[in-house]
Design a protein around this ligand. Structure first.
Ligand SMILES: Nc1ncnc2c1ncn2[C@@H]1O[C@H](COP(=O)(O)OP(=O)(O)OP(=O)(O)O)[C@@H](O)[C@H]1O
Ligand SMILES: [Mg+2]
Length: 346
């Protein structure tokens, strides 16, 4: 089926066309509002929803044109129905329903985290079930056991800040840009790994949960102390960024290894914006290769929010007969464990 995917859960409008019969992403397009929110240091929900309204129609037109198809060729519409900012979700949901109604085609709300989780399946080299997924984004840090499409069991999660949120906050403390992850990561490239050894949260405890708030507070303490001595120069900032990145990555890597061992699984899949982090990718690949574990990542453009992952999940679920209930509304919160599982041949 040729499915139009719409992603509007936060500050990116992502639109894509995916055909599951051909296993092919025909076209995708993204507009990021990051510049509009940068001056506030974070997403302003009202501005985000208003901008989705402005972008959605031109992007749908652009994607259908790039895919060299007509809107009448579209056989179903998938949109992000949660979790996310309610106003932003409502824009996507409203557009999707009216678009589908106009063409008399099915429409389905998709879980945004399921999109991140299955994004590596957009690549040529696809993971096979079962696998462990590490979902690391601006709002989530999750370790999930995946036994099939829709068969998800959460093994661990962050008890406080998400790891992407910690990157964003450290970026703000160092007066870098927004969103912070890429800025902290590129500055860390020049940092001395031996200058700061920040605490590795929760590694001394059993279990698979994460915590990043203590690490963030520790980094803030160091920054304040150094600033009392003299203004931070670029070298000092780079050393702090490197110390933070190393601590955050080690926490993620140790918990991934623990989850794989506990579940006796040999495949790890990474999803979400922090999955674009080069050091995380190289440390994970190196350490897990030695244990005979294969690691799968989406290409960096499909790590952060995008319409392709929503179109992909939508194509599988709509083909299996799933439809929105009349009058369904988006969910600001929506756990992966509440999703319906699909038969394995789907
Ligand atoms: N190279 C990188 N290194 C570290 N973090 C990164 C990198 N690139 C992006 N990020 C972080 O990824 C996050 C954005 O990812 P994503 O778009 O998946 O999150 P979100 O959609 O805001 O949250 P969620 O998916 O949980 O609702 C931001 O916190 C950003 O700082
Ligand atoms: Mg996201």
């Amino acid at each position: 089926m040729l499915i139009l995917g719409l992603e509007t859960s936060c500050d990116e409008t992502g639109i894509a066309l995916y055909d599951n019969k051909k296993d092919s992403l025909l076209a995708h397009s993204l507009f990021s509002q990051a510049d509009q929110h940068a001056i506030y240091g974070g997403v302003v929900p009202e501005l985000a929803s208003r901008d989705h309204i402005r972008r959605i129609i031109p992007l749908v037109e652009e994607v259908t044109k790039n895919a060299k198809c007509s809107q009448r060729d579209i056989e179903g519409v998938a949109y992000t129905a949660g979790p996310g900012l309610f106003g932003s979700l409502l824009v996507g949901a409203t557009f999707a329903k009216f678009f589908a109604l106009g063409l008399n085609i099915p429409v389905l709300g998709i879980n945004h985290m399921e999109g991140h989780l299955l994004a590596p399946m957009l690549e040529k080299d696809k993971p096979e079930f079962p696998f462990i997924a590490l979902l690391v984004s601006g709002g989530h840090t999750l370790l999930v056991r995946v036994d099939g499409l829709g068969c998800y069991r959460i093994l661990g999660e962050s008890l406080d800040d998400a790891v992407g949120e910690a990157f964003d906050k450290v970026s703000r403390m160092l007066d870098l840009g927004y969103p912070g992850g890429p800025f902290v990561a590129s500055l860390a490239e020049y940092g001395d790994p031996n200058r700061y050894r920040f605490p590795r949260p929760m590694l001394d405890r059993p279990g698979l949960d994460f915590s990043f708030s203590g690490l963030k507070t520790h980094v803030l303490g160091v920054i304040k102390k150094r600033r009392q001595e003299k203004p931070l120069d670029e070298k000092e900032k780079a050393d702090i960024a490197r110390g933070f990145e190393d601590a955050a990555i080690e926490s993620l890597v140790v918990k991934c290894k623990r989850a794989l061992k506990q579940e006796k699984i040999y495949t790890l899949v990474i999803g979400g914006g922090v999955g674009a982090n080069r050091r995380l990718r190289s440390v994970l690949t190196l350490e897990l290769e030695n244990l005979g574990i294969k690691t799968f990542y989406p290409s960096p453009k499909f790590c952060t929010d995008n319409g392709a992952m929503i179109a992909f999940v939508g194509a599988h679920r709509i083909s299996a007969g799933e439809r929105d209930q009349l009058g369904s509304t988006p969910h600001a919160k929506w756990s992966l464990e509440d999703l319906k599982s699909l038969p394995s041949e789907q």
